[in-house]
Design a protein around this ligand. Structure first.
Ligand code: C2O
Ligand code: CU
Ligand code: CU
Length: 499
């Protein structure tokens, strides 16, 4: 593994460009306007499956599906033929049993992103593989003190994750609050993106797109193009927003409305924070309280620079050839009109958040997230050969690509560790750890003062972030990885075992 030279990058870019032309799809990075889609329908929410008597039992079938997207017929893959899949609504202490069926042509499995549940056996086990035509019975047992919040599920079969999530396999999980937050209504909004070819199939993904992380030409909310929602003035809505895009960062803004942040990833903030925008990387969730004011507002995602080829070559952002957009993209519109609704009672303060800085630290580790050319660079063979390594680019943590048989990070169950997440590459990496959330204590040179808990932490290009992790409640082996799913599939994933 050696660092990239400018020449190698140019070669890679050229190979990618060739591949795109051959593939006939034309553009690397198309604009998110996406051509030929119609928008503006009422926002639809997926079916909600709610636990009864502490148990939620369901079947979940991952299969090819024909789905209408913005007036076009798309050939995708979906859970139970629905985009997103059904929303699972549970309470702390509940047990979720999922009979998962794979009716696709590729192996798959199921991950419950953000849930604090056992990674072993038929729990949240990312090492399982369900072959085409096979089924598997999962069971997830939430502890009685599981944090409330918005979580999600998606496949996690290494080598297929980006393709399967991009194809439509994701759904929301809501863990109820112990004390309800007074709102007029709640909405679940699963944000995803995709690119269709003229026939409505998912467009091929070039080596360049895999390297930078694919971004789709159109951004969807609950599988819809720019849907619309309506409310009366003076209402309070709770929006549960999930970034289910394989690679796209979202910088959300909603002008003209009073917006407070209620939650990021897990739990809820003791006091909701006034915000004007929120950056959510792939895998992250936020909950917003929106207090409505008469008028029409758009939820937009503003451009995000998450690094890329330009940065790698020591240039600036190369417009049109970089991840992210140069223009804001409209995700949905909110129309507020009519007789004023009744304003709900004030939001009671939530529980104080745990602060691990007061607890003894058993171990300190550094994890280095790097990108470099793997093997001998250059050949077009390196670009086009191999199933997993299609870019000739190595995506490593501490110099190693993912190996499911290896234990990279043995930890002692019940202890607190400090991990320094170092990004030595010219692109941002959103770093995710399964089962155990992370408390961010230092971002670059800045100390983070208030307790800040996340399960996906953005580590900016050529920077570092320090987190504390309490390996509580469950022994077992699981993974951490970059949540740019193309990077994960290409090896930017490691294993951790608590014993
Ligand atoms: Cu959202 Cu390991 O995944
Ligand atoms: Cu996860
Ligand atoms: Cu990455």
């Amino acid at each position: 593994m050696s660092p990239l030279t400018r020449r190698q990058l140019l070669a890679l870019g050229a190979a990618g460009a060739g591949a795109t032309v051959v593939g006939g799809t034309g553009l690397w990075w198309t604009t998110t306007g996406g051509t030929g889609y119609t928008g503006g329908e009422e926002l639809i929410e997926p079916q909600v499956l709610t636990s009864r008597d502490r148990i939620l039992e369901l079947e979940l079938t991952a299969a090819p599906a024909r789905i209408q997207i913005g007036g076009r017929e798309a050939s995708l893959q979906a859970f139970d033929g629905s985009l997103p899949g059904p929303t699972l609504r549970v309470a702390p202490g509940d047990t979720v049993r999922v009979a998962m069926h794979n009716r696709m042509e590729t192996p798959t499995n199921l991950h419950v992103h953000g849930l604090h549940v056992s990674p072993e056996g038929n729990g949240d086990n990312p090492f399982l593989s369900i072959d085409p035509g096979e089924s598997f019975d999962y069971e997830f047992v939430l502890p009685a003190d599981h944090p409330p919040g918005t979580y999600w599920y998606h496949p996690h079969r290494h080598g297929h994750v980006a393709d399967q999530v991009a194809a439509g396999l994701y759904g929301a999980i809501v863990v109820e609050d112990p004390e309800p937050v007074p709102v007029t209504r709640e909405r679940v909004m699963v944000v995803s993106d995709l690119t269709l070819d003229a026939a409505g199939h998912l467009a091929d993904v070039s080596p360049m797109q895999q390297m930078t992380g694919r971004e789709g030409e159109v951004v969807l909310v609950n599988g819809q193009v720019r849907p619309q929602i309506t409310a009366a003035p003076g209402e309070r809505e709770r929006w549960r927003i999930i970034n289910a895009c394989p690679s796209r960062y979202l910088r959300l803004q909603l002008e003209g409305q009073h917006v407070r942040l209620l939650s990021r990833d897990l739990g809820r903030l003791p006091v909701p924070e006034e915000i004007t925008e929120a950056l959510i990387t792939p895998g992250n969730r936020i909950e917003l309280l929106v207090e409505t004011t008469e008028g029409s507002s758009a939820l937009i995602t503003a451009p995000v620079d998450r690094g890329g080829m330009g940065a790698m070559m020591g240039r600036g952002r190369m417009s049109g050839n970089e991840p992210g957009d140069d223009e804001p993209t409209e995700l949905l519109t909110l129309d507020v009109s009519g007789d004023p609704g009744r304003t709900p009672t004030p939001v009671p303060a939530g529980q104080a958040l745990r602060d691990l800085r007061g607890e003894p630290i058993t171990a300190r580790r550094t994890l280095d997230f790097a990108m470099g050319m793997s093997g001998t660079m250059g050949g077009r063979g390196a670009m086009t050969g191999g199933d997993e390594d299609t870019t000739g680019m190595g995506f490593t943590i501490n110099g190693q690509e993912f190996d499911p048989a290896r234990v990279d990070t043995p930890v002692t169950a019940g202890t607190v560790e400090e991990w320094t997440l170092v990004n030595s590459s010219p692109m941002d990496h959103p770093v995710h750890l399964h089962v155990w959330p992370m408390q961010v204590v230092q971002d670059g040179d800045r100390d983070v003062l208030a307790p800040r808990w996340l399960d996906v932490v953005n580590v900016p290009a050529r920077s570092q972030v320090k987190v504390l992790i309490a390996f509580d409640d469950f022994p077992g082996r699981t993974v951490y990885h970059c949540h740019i799913l193309d990077h994960e599939d290409q090896g930017m994933m490691g294993t951790v075992e608590a014993r």
